[in-house]
Design a protein around this ligand. Structure first.
Ligand code: PBG
Length: 335
């Protein structure tokens, strides 16, 4: 038999790209509504939906409107929403007591959503930054963030969320030892079914700016978060954080931000095989929206491409402000 040789190429990789059906057959990953977690901002009041200026298309919602949003998400096949309360200066104190108030905004929203839309999973952040007068995720003493006392407060916050009926707790504070402490408190407190999604590889990032506007932390924050959030230069350290958090009892791990850290997602998935999520954060959303509004990129396609990248990088799901828009697009409905 004579070997295949020129004048034609032995391998024509373009064949599987020829038509939409062949491309569908050859697709290695798919994005579905089931991959999405929708972050929602909360505010006090009734019937309120106020736009966040730096995040076009995103609003802060009162509890009643958040319930409607949860219903819409469930109808679109989005499995989970994540709650972020806006807290004004009046409720920010040095002791952060509002964080474990059973009737704080986040806990009220959790109860209302679980009562009205029981099938949707509700997630909330554990961290003190919505409640601290310094805007930091932990207590500050002599200019330092104190670790172990902060962890005690985070445990109280997590337990109050569990009492309110939360499904997934997302510790986003980056203190050492908080996953083990929260897991122990949940086990002994009768909440062994509550999941922990650790913000395990969370970087000190410039991409959180619009979020801090949305939750009222921008003006409050004194200094930066580099003594607890990770240095963007590091990758081995992220693997050590993830390994530790899984050992301490995390069910799922998160990489944050998303798009600039896809290498971390891939490495984490390959190394641990745990349920792995990425947070496409506020600054990433704002960048894409701003360029689309200028007409410099096709916003719809850029949104889809950016989310497909997370699946390709090994993520099991994505926290994204685009969630309802993506889910509508995937269902073939108008935005
Ligand atoms: C708070 C928290 C932040 C985000 C999620 N939880 C901000 C921060 O760490 O300063 C950012 C999310 C986003 O930018 O979309 N611990």
């Amino acid at each position: 038999m004579r070997p295949v040789q020129a004048p034609f190429p032995a391998t024509r990789l373009r064949r599987t790209r020829r038509t939409p059906s062949l491309r569908a057959l050859a697709a290695e990953t798919t994005l579905t509504a089931g991959d999405l977690i929708w972050p929602i901002f909360l505010t006090d009041g009734e019937n309120v939906e106020e736009p966040v200026a730096s995040m076009p298309g995103v609003a802060r919602r009162s509890v009643d409107r958040a319930v409607e949003a949860a219903r819409e998400a469930a109808d679109l096949g989005i499995p989970a929403i994540c709650l972020f309360p806006y807290t004004g200066a009046d409720k920010r104190t040095a002791d952060c007591a509002e964080a474990w108030n059973p009737d704080n905004l986040s806990n009220r929203a959790t109860r209302a959503i679980k009562a009205a839309v029981p099938e949707i999973a509700v997630m909330a952040d554990v961290a003190l930054d919505p409640y601290s007068d310094t805007g930091h995720d932990g207590f500050v003493r002599d200019g330092e963030i104190v670790n172990d006392e902060t962890v005690e407060a985070l445990v109280k916050q997590a337990l109050s969320q569990a009492e309110a009926g939360i499904d997934i707790i997302g510790p986003s504070d980056m203190m050492d030892g908080r996953i083990g402490a929260i897991r122990a408190a949940l086990e002994t407190g009768g909440h062994e079914g509550v999941l922990l999604m650790s913000y395990a590889a969370k970087y000190a990032s410039a991409f959180y700016g619009p979020f801090r506007d949305a939750v009222g932390a921008a003006g409050a924050l004194k200094g930066d978060k580099r003594s607890y959030q990770m240095d963007p230069a590091n990758s081995d350290e992220a693997m050590r954080c993830i390994e530790r958090d899984l050992r301490e009892g995390a069910d799922m791990v998160m990489v944050k931000p998303g798009m600039p850290y896809l290498d971390i997602c891939r490495r984490a998935k390959d190394m641990f095989g745990a349920p792995t999520y990425a947070y496409q954060v506020s600054g990433e959303y704002a960048m894409l929206m701003a360029a689309a509004q200028q007409g410099w990129i096709d916003g719809e396609r850029a949104m889809m491409e950016s989310l497909a990248a997370f699946k390709r990088a090994g993520c099991d799901g994505i926290l994204t402000y685009f969630a309802p828009r993506v889910a509508r697009a995937l269902a073939g409905r108008a935005a």
